[in-house]
Design a protein around this ligand. Structure first.
Ligand SMILES: NC(=O)C1=CN([C@@H]2O[C@H](COP(=O)(O)OP(=O)(O)OC[C@H]3O[C@@H](n4cnc5c(N)ncnc54)[C@H](O)[C@@H]3O)[C@@H](O)[C@H]2O)C=CC1
Length: 547
């Protein structure tokens, strides 16, 4: 059992994209949903989440094992909404063959040839049993990779454009900038443990000095509060990476047009932010230097956002009509919407969405399909416990509903200039952006090898595995490896969390890597890869949050 049938592509598991569920329950199946070549995209995007991905940035910066200490570090996001060889050859086994790179970190190459992973293709479950699982390295833990180069202005190559931060204090390398960054980080670390207080103070301050902004927010501010902090943490962590931060801020500025945010709101937000920080920090911490650093940094942030918003000539939002709502399981739905004008997103990006069931509650969702002339976006939505929007979409969205779609965000996109092979790691509905990227590669006619590790807690969670399997069969460059937390051998799946499984294969140092899923999954995966020796700059993920 192994790789036969046409598969070719992947280490285990794969299947074509479109089919969706294949699974267990037989809800509906494959076939249909997706009309596009590869997996025509599925959506992704549940909503409310939790923790953060942001601390990863710190992990990278300070070394693989570093874990942010700030509790709330999981929640940045703009102050309001803002808000992943052919079959036969691939993954494990083929992995090594392909690139000659794969050896387990810390072990000698000869010692750990990932073994007979026949390359992969998913055979539907019959395939390898336990013995086909790549050997788990027994060697001592790999030496931590060298701390990633600071790479201040290094554009990852994946970022669409490398716009420079408005004027990061002129010389990004100057001591002034260094001091500013240092002051901001240290002071933020000091207030982060009191993040609840900080965010409450912020909104209280803002609504006091600019009461008209209250109506821009949802009635319940509970989740909203975490967004401010999330955005803040993201900015703080990226403050010395002007290119990436600039792209983020400009996207954020364009995104905020949908709220009707106007220029003077930025000033009020800045005043409220500094006031809240000052009060939370207390006089002993909030020195004049600290205030100047925050003031300067906020000025840069606001300027970047305002400039991008002012320069934007396209729509602030796109109206989208729900054309299909398919309940894949009790907690998962695939929704396809169609806009009258194309939403200018790139495969791998996400958009914010507002539904009629939950006005003013915008949520991030990644189209699971590549953009096409039909102006159709497909979203995969899983309910989140307690999630207002995700539950409403899965249970109550109807054909004919009109959604509002915000401008595209995110930097996990394909660089057309790159020829590097790819590794995509996707957890749950985090499959969506990976699917969109794979679909785009199919459309473009790629010659790049792509390994997709798709994880679920159980086999039943791999709702799109049949479609992925088909895609792998049809596209020799694609390998798909299903991963489940419980014992997946009966299905030919790897066992473990998707991050730990992918890192068993080595550092994947020659690949461009995308990671998409819940913030904890992204964080764990990035850390596992860093521990395996993956170059930090090869890893791409977005600060995607659904809450
Ligand atoms: N661009 C992006 O990054 C996108 C992210 N998402 C997010 O993906 C998530 C998907 O949620 P579900 O479908 O419920 O999948 P899930 O949360 O059940 O995760 C499935 C996979 O992630 C791994 N995982 C989960 N928590 C982990 C942890 N703490 N540490 C290590 N591994 C962990 C599991 O082992 C499994 O492989 C949502 O939070 C959604 O917001 C969705 C679409 C796009």
């Amino acid at each position: 059992m192994e790789a036969r049938d046409g598969y070719r592509g992947g280490p285990r598991g794969a299947e074509a994209h479109d089919g969706r569920r294949s699974e267990p329950d037989g809800y509906e199946t494959s076939s249909g949903p997706f009309s596009r070549p590869l997996g025509s995209g599925r959506p992704a995007g549940p909503d409310e989440t939790d923790s953060s991905v942001f601390d990863i940035a710190d992990d990278r910066r300070d070394g693989p094992s570093y874990r942010p200490s700030t509790p709330g570090s999981d929640r940045p996001d703009p102050y309001r909404s803002a808000s992943e060889g052919s079959s036969m050859t691939y993954p494990p086994g083929s992995y090594g063959r392909q690139s000659g790179v794969r050896s387990y970190p810390g072990s000698t190459p000869a010692a750990a040839p990932p073994a007979p992973y026949d390359g992969g293709r998913y055979d539907g479950g019959r395939h390898n049993g336990p013995s086909s699982m790549p050997p788990i390295p027994t060697a001592p833990p790999p030496a931590p990779p060298a701390p990633p180069a600071p790479a201040p202005n290094a554009s990852s190559g994946w970022a669409p454009e490398g716009v420079g931060l408005p004027a990061p204090r002129e010389a990004a390398a100057s001591n002034d900038v260094h001091d500013m960054v240092s002051l901001i980080r240290s002071s933020f670390a000091a207030v982060a443990p009191r993040s609840d207080e900080l965010t409450q103070l912020f909104y209280g301050w803002l609504f006091r000095i600019a009461p008209e902004t209250r109506e821009l927010f949802p009635v319940t501010m509970e989740l909203q509060r975490t967004r401010l902090l999330r955005a803040l943490v993201h900015v703080v962590q990226m403050v010395d990476r002007p290119d990436e931060l600039s792209v983020f801020l400009r996207q954020l500025g364009r995104d905020h047009r949908k709220f009707g945010v106007i220029g003077e709101h930025y000033d009020k937000v800045g005043e409220a932010l500094l006031g809240a920080l000052r009060e939370t920090a207390g006089p002993s911490l909030w020195t004049r230097e600290v205030e100047e650093a925050w003031s300067g940094a906020y000025g840069i942030v606001a300027q970047a956002m305002r400039e991008a918003a002012d320069a934007e000539r396209g729509p602030a939002v796109w109206m989208a009509r729900v054309m299909e709502h398919r309940r894949i399981s009790q907690d998962l739905a695939v929704v396809r919407v169609q806009t009258s004008q194309p939403v200018p997103y790139q495969a791998g990006q996400y958009v914010s969405v507002e539904t009629p069931q939950r006005p003013r509650m915008w949520r991030s969702m990644s189209p699971a399909n590549a953009p096409g002339p039909d102006c159709v976006l497909e979203f995969h939505v899983r309910t989140v416990p307690g999630g207002w929007v995700s539950r409403a979409i899965v249970s109550h969205a109807r054909v004919g509903d009109v959604w509002r779609i915000g401008p595209p965000m995110g930097q996990m996109t394909l660089d057309p200039r790159s020829r590097s092979d790819l590794l995509m790691v996707a957890g749950g509905t985090g499959l969506a952006p990976a699917r969109a990227i794979i679909e785009q590669l199919i459309i473009d006619g790629t010659d790049r090898k792509v390994a997709l590790f798709v994880g679920g807690r159980t086999w039943a969670d791999l709702y799109d595995i049949e479609a992925l399997r088909r895609s792998a069969q049809e596209n020799p460059w694609l390998s798909v490896v299903p991963v489940v937390e419980d014992d997946g051998r009966a299905h030919g799946a790897e066992t473990g969390t998707v991050g730990e499984v992918v890192a068993r294969y080595g550092a994947w140092a020659d690949r461009e890597i995308t990671v998409s899923g819940s913030p904890p999954m992204v964080r764990a995966t990035v850390n596992a890869l860093l521990d395996a020796g993956t170059p930090f700059l090869n890893i791409h993920y977005d600060p995607y949050h659904t809450d």
